[in-house]
Design a protein around this ligand. Structure first.
Ligand SMILES: *Cc1c(COP(=O)(O)O)cnc(C)c1O
Ligand code: SF4
Length: 345
């Protein structure tokens, strides 16, 4: 494996290390590179789980078989920056910046590229669209990372959404607690608490990301009354073992974050070297269920190509023979269970 090392092109500013596009480096010329001082300091050695997530790799350029947008997010976008796939909820792409550009990102085609996606005009159009569709009850702010917006810009978007009576809940997807925990300030938290019910799903992938700093960031958000969930991406060489996932998922509960999804990697161009088999994912779920707190077990989901939506899959634990079920327990024992129902008249 060949890694590119960055030295002279890094500028440290406000906790973020900016690495300029460098035409001498083919990876960053195609896929932007950025990391924070905090996150970089979590690297213990070259090639470890943190390194792999944030340092560019030439393998990104070798994967040309896959599609930049397999989930057809573009096709599901009736107005700019809005993805409407399910009847009752939409995703708003409010930022195309992140504190760290994850090398496995499913929106690799967008993040770190071009201008900020959501200007005044796009925001107005997105709010109009949501207003015109009363079936939309749940709005998910995503990107990029919504918490890379400044407090005033984010507050403006949230306030706009809260003028729409049928928007029941708002969610924010953010990796900032993991990659730039100092962004979670008392000011941000007191702004966010004006917009309840507000949920945050964060994105921890490895137990080494659970630190005093990220724990404090999550505690501040939780103390602002925001229920915290977590979405983990299953990544080869990073977290594709039962042992690592047990430590991660139980560690998250200890910092008041409830595991929500474990994502099978999307078939996104430039990320093939991170992909594991679905069998691996199922083995991990099998290694969690029953062995650790049920609260620590996420749904394992595959987001189907073509925008068909997320499907949750489970290890095969049931065999049905009429009204008799043969169920596999977490220890592997097969137990018969009679499906008894009261006859209906
Ligand atoms: C994942 C996703 C959602 C949210 O799905 P939930 O299962 O409700 O968390 C909504 N819209 C799109 C386009 C998504 O990809
Ligand atoms: S934080 Fe999320 S959107 Fe940003 S690069 Fe990482 S995975 Fe992609």
């Amino acid at each position: 494996m060949q890694y590119i090392t960055y030295n002279s092109t890094s500028i440290y500013n406000n906790g973020i290390i900016y690495i300029s596009k460098d035409s001498r480096d083919p990876v960053s010329a195609r896929y932007p590179v950025r990391l924070t001082g905090y996150y970089a300091a979590l690297i213990k050695q070259q090639g470890d789980a943190i390194w792999k997530q944030c340092m560019p790799d030439l393998l990104e350029l070798e994967d040309n078989s896959q599609c930049p947008d397999p989930l057809d997010e573009k096709g599901l976008s009736p107005v700019p920056c809005l993805i409407h796939r399910y009847p009752d909820r939409v995703v708003l792409l409010v930022s195309n910046r992140c504190a760290v550009y994850c090398r496995f990102c499913m929106r690799k085609r967008l993040v770190g590229c071009g201008d900020a996606p959501m200007g005044e005009d796009e925001l107005r159009k997105a709010l109009d669209y949501i207003t015109a569709h009363p079936s939309i009850h749940d709005v998910i702010l995503s990107g990029g990372d919504p918490l890379l917006l400044d407090d005033a810009s984010l507050s403006k978007i949230l306030a706009g959404l809260r003028t729409i009576p049928h928007v029941a809940i708002i969610r924010i997807g953010t990796r900032v607690p993991v990659t730039l925990p100092e962004r979670i300030t008392p000011e941000l938290c007191s702004m966010l608490r004006n917009f309840h019910p507000l949920y945050i799903n964060t994105h921890f992938n490895h137990p080494d990301e659970i630190t005093g700093e990220s724990g404090t960031a999550c505690a501040m958000l939780a103390d602002a009354g925001i229920p915290l969930g977590n979405q983990t991406v299953l990544l080869r060489g990073v977290n594709d073992s039962v042992e690592t996932m047990r430590a991660l998922m139980t560690g998250l509960l200890a910092i008041r974050v409830r595991p929500y999804y474990l994502h099978q990697m999307d078939l996104v161009q430039g990320t093939a070297h991170f992909r594991t088999s679905v069998r691996t994912g199922l083995e991990i779920i099998r290694g969690l269920r029953g062995h650790v707190s049920g609260m620590a077990v996420p749904h394992y989901v595959i987001d189907l190509p073509g925008g068909k939506g997320k499907v949750a899959i489970l290890p095969d634990n049931v065999e049905m023979q009429g009204d008799t079920l043969l169920l596999r327990t977490y220890t592997g024992e097969l137990v018969t269970y009679q499906d008894i129902t009261t006859p209906q008249e």
